[in-house]
Design a protein. Sequence first.
Length: 130
Amino acid sequence: MTTELTYLALTLILALVQVFLPAGARTVEFGLKWNAGPRDETPTATKPLTGRLERAQANLFETLPLFIGAVLIAHVSGEDGVLTLWGTALYFWARVAYLPLYALGVPYIRSLVWLVSLAGLILILTTLFI
């Protein structure tokens, strides 16, 4: 397996973690009865951490399909190289750093880290056209 595909697999594990973190925070906030129930209505999170974890998850899921597609297209077309290696590494590590920054409510640095992840994605996409 290439390094790029390894980063893709690690990013999918990160996505799974980001599914469980807000779910756990909602359970803590709303209780086990709510979690085990039909959840016809989800109350609005009142604890900042719950909302931040939900938004961090949504943020990852906005670019994750693009990352998956770009990595797989580069791999299948044989375009794996320096740019895809740097792109996948930047995307993954920036997404890892983004989660605690968002959860802790750190402004500006969080946005810069998001831009690093976007730069990683752009590097991978660039490879497909040069």
